[in-house]
Design a protein around this ligand. Sequence first.
Ligand code: SF4
Length: 190
Amino acid sequence: MTIRYKYKFIRGILLKVLFPLYMLVGAFVPSKKESLQASIIRMNNFLIERAQLNTRKLLLLMPHCLQVDKCEIRITTDVHNCKGCGRCEIKDLVRICDEYRLELHIATGGNLARRVVSDVRPEAIIAVACERDLSSGIVDVYPMPVYGVSNERPFGPCLNTKVDISKVEDAIAMLTGNNGAQDSKDVSSG
Ligand code: SF4
């Protein structure tokens, strides 16, 4: 069994066996649910890191609540509609996506996210969302590797959320074998 399959198998146990058990515990102890989801995301990310994927087709999947609520530009159909004003982190994400030649999509919900995944057919995904959506999304699309980055919610859930851009860039470097820009450029020019 190659290292990639070994970690895929272990992730399967984590997501299809341990996750439902954790959620069963969470149903009885709701105050613990978010920390249980966060620990599943951490273990999933650890296993993805160990699998050394060297991905060449990476999808960045972002939640719509990252866009500041005062902005009326429609970015769900095309992120490049963003005017780059800097009021929210969509500006930095568009820059990263252009720099590394990656697919960047904004999803307004689980159905749209699933459709994007089936349209783009990436080798791996970096997803940003709350712990609940991230953990269920990671489980949904298994065996597709999804590296989860939790969003920050200074105004509460689903409103003007934020993401640590350096965490997204670190995940890109890790998933592309620390050579994301060059590899992706090679793919697009090849
Ligand atoms: S950075 Fe883009 S998406 Fe965010 S508020 Fe400005 S124009 Fe709108």
